[in-house]
Design a protein. Structure first.
Length: 194
């Protein structure tokens, strides 16, 4: 890639070439060592792959920043982002609980059990607060919507919900009330008026 790039464009691709070359060199070193030691990969060297990849990530980001034409607009559905964010938050919560659970027995004595119970109760309170707080959920929804999506709403889904609510003949409410309810639902408003 380096050799086939024009001389004036090499400034744009050298971080990418360096990152790929660094990853390749480490892989070559790792598997050469495994070949010499008759197929046994050294666990320390295998763990070093993550460190090498972490050092190469800024070079890849720099290459992407210098080459704007490489960018691809990827659109992910809101449900995927919601479920991924939920899974990520749950994983962080469980990781924090596991870390605290590993640290607390080190205190020993009677305080270890007391601190474990306090941590369990505290985590239940935090989880209940997050799940029951409407304003916190709205802020989180706004944060995710602002940072992960180009549009505030998934208009196709919102339009289908609007049509279903307005055109449904099984509702006992008048058409005007259903329209207000549908429009208020878009912005999470508890009420509306014409």
């Amino acid at each position: 890639m380096w050799r086939n790039t024009e001389l004036q464009r090499r400034w744009h691709v050298w971080p990418l070439c360096l990152a790929i070359g660094g990853l390749f060199a480490y892989e070559l070193f790792l598997f050469s060592d495994a070949f010499i030691t008759r197929g046994r990969v050294d666990p320390g060297l295998a763990l070093g792959r993550a460190i090498v990849a972490a050092f190469m990530a800024p070079l890849l980001a720099l290459a992407m920043a210098r080459n704007r034409e490489w960018r691809i607009d990827i659109h992910v559905s809101r449900e995927v982002v919601l479920h991924t964010a939920t899974l990520l938050a749950s994983g962080c919560f469980l990781l924090a609980v596991a870390i605290v659970a590993m640290v607390l027995p080190g205190f020993g004595g009677d305080w270890g059990l007391v601190l474990q119970l306090a941590m369990l109760f505290g985590s239940i309170v935090v989880l209940a607060t997050v799940l029951s707080s409407g304003s916190l959920r709205r802020r989180l929804k706004f944060l995710i919507s602002r940072n992960f999506f180009t549009h505030r709403y998934d208009y196709r889904v919102e339009w289908l919900k609007f049509i279903e609510l307005v055109s449904g003949s099984d509702h006992a409410e008048e058409l005007q009330v259903r329209i207000i309810r549908a429009l208020a639902g878009f912005v999470d408003s508890p009420a509306g008026a014409l």
